[in-house]
Ligand binder design. Structure first.
Ligand SMILES: Cc1ncc(COP(=O)(O)O)c(C=O)c1O
Length: 403
């Protein structure tokens, strides 16, 4: 006989997935509605409106794609790109290469603008590269989860808007944790996920786009045969499942028949967004900022070093340089198995050199920050690493108590 599920309790302090908000878990036990039930359609409409708020956008189009964040990233890119189109990808971390991979598979001509991973780009360097390469699309990451760096976007966006270039931005690791201004920054299409600052399980992705993108989608719209009122296109999007032109018409009044909606995930997303919005986005951002400050203070007071430029560090991810005397995976294993705390390793050249501590969504709480600092201090001192014992928690507490 198979055993009943036996899931240990964890403090999730990696940069996603994070702890799911209890209200979200409760919403996920709500009975299923049919996907065209008027009550469910009303829930979808509310979700659409709520998605717009952390994006700070007046775009008409904002909805969810069934699939993890990369589903909407792929949907957005393949909507904009035809074979042979030029795409510029400024890369200051691992996830930029995911954008490139998707565009290359879509047969775009991809050019990476590369730099070290310790800081994000000076916006003027990106603008110069756009002038030189003349891409149709610039695709970039707002917050690089792999190395904890965050990119300024306003000047790049303004340049793209004035020069007939599309700007696609992955905001997966910043949405709901950091102020974002999609319209003011001139972003044509922005994507986020659920499993980070929205405190919802992985499984859906959020997308919003402006009229310029809608125009492209209208031209590429092709309706499946057999539904009636055939609509064919000379240049349909190459994926059926990730076709934003159809998804838009499923989420809007037309309600065309596309996939069967993941009802439970829509409930979860509704609740996750509602909780965020009811907390007040300014308060949400202030909570993340304060917990970020406490984490930085704690790590530094312990005598450990934070990787990368602190001026452009994301508040939602703290990369910590692993001390030479510590074994990367052994420490993480013991954190998990002895303290129930999860943090993450990193990728590429940073693998084995950096631990990443998340500060996202429902996991972004005082007790979690103190727990991860205390556990790390305890383990490092157990292994004889030369740290300032007791100082990390004390410094973080001072951040909380001094307000
Ligand atoms: C910045 C960024 N982009 C994209 C992704 C891919 O997201 P998913 O795993 O939800 O598809 C992640 C995942 O961590 C991410 O941090």
């Amino acid at each position: 006989m198979p055993n009943e599920l036996n899931v240990p309790s964890r403090t999730l302090m990696s940069p996603g997935p994070v702890e799911v908000h209890p209200n979200v878990l409760k919403a996920m036990t709500t009975p299923i509605l049919g996907q065209f039930d008027p009550n469910f359609l009303a829930i979808m409409d509310e979700v659409k409106e709520m998605i717009k708020q952390p994006f700070d956008t007046q775009n008409e189009q904002a909805f969810a794609v069934d699939g993890t964040s990369r589903s909407a990233i792929e949907a957005a890119l393949i909507a904009l790109v035809d074979p042979g189109d030029k795409v510029l990808i400024p890369a200051f971390g691992r996830f930029a290469y995911l954008l490139g991979e998707i565009c290359e598979r879509a047969q775009a001509e991809v050019k990476f603008l590369e730099k070290d991973w310790e800081s994000s780009f000076d916006q003027n360097d990106v603008i110069e590269a756009i002038k030189e390469y003349q891409p149709k699309v610039v695709a970039m990451i707002h917050g690089e989860t792999a190395n904890g760096q965050m990119q300024e976007l306003d000047k790049i966006g303004a340049y793209c808007q004035n020069n007939d270039t599309f700007l696609m931005v992955d905001m997966v690791a910043t949405y709901g944790g950091v102020p974002i201004h999609v319209d003011d920054w001139g972003i044509d299409v922005a994507v986020a996920g659920t499993q980070k600052c929205v405190s919802v399980p992985a499984g859906m992705a959020l997308v919003t786009y402006n009229k310029r993108v809608e125009k492209i989608l209208d031209a590429r719209y092709q309706k499946e045969l057999g539904l009636g009122d055939d609509k064919r296109s000379d240049d349909p999007i190459t994926s059926n499942y990730l076709d934003l032109s159809q998804l838009q018409r499923y989420w809007n009044e037309e309600r065309i028949n596309h996939h069967t909606e993941a009802t439970t995930m829509v409930y979860a997303l509704h609740e996750g967004l509602r909780v965020l919005i009811n907390e007040g986005l300014e308060n949400v951002y202030a909570r993340h900022a304060q917990n970020n400050q406490a984490l930085i203070a704690g790590i530094q007071a312990m005598g450990l070093e934070i990787y990368g430029d602190l001026n452009s560090k994301m508040p939602t991810v703290t990369p910590v340089k692993i001390p030479a005397e510590a074994e990367e995976d052994k420490v993480r294993d013991l954190l998990l198995n002895q303290f129930g705390v999860e943090i993450a390793s990193s990728f590429g050249d940073l693998k084995g050199k950096v631990w990443r501590i998340g500060n996202m969504g429902y996991s972004s709480r005082h007790e979690n920050v103190l727990h991860v600092l205390a556990a790390l201090e305890g383990l490092l001192s157990y292994y004889g690493v030369d740290i300032n014992k007791g100082e990390g928690v004390k410094a973080a507490l001072a951040v909380y108590m001094d307000v």
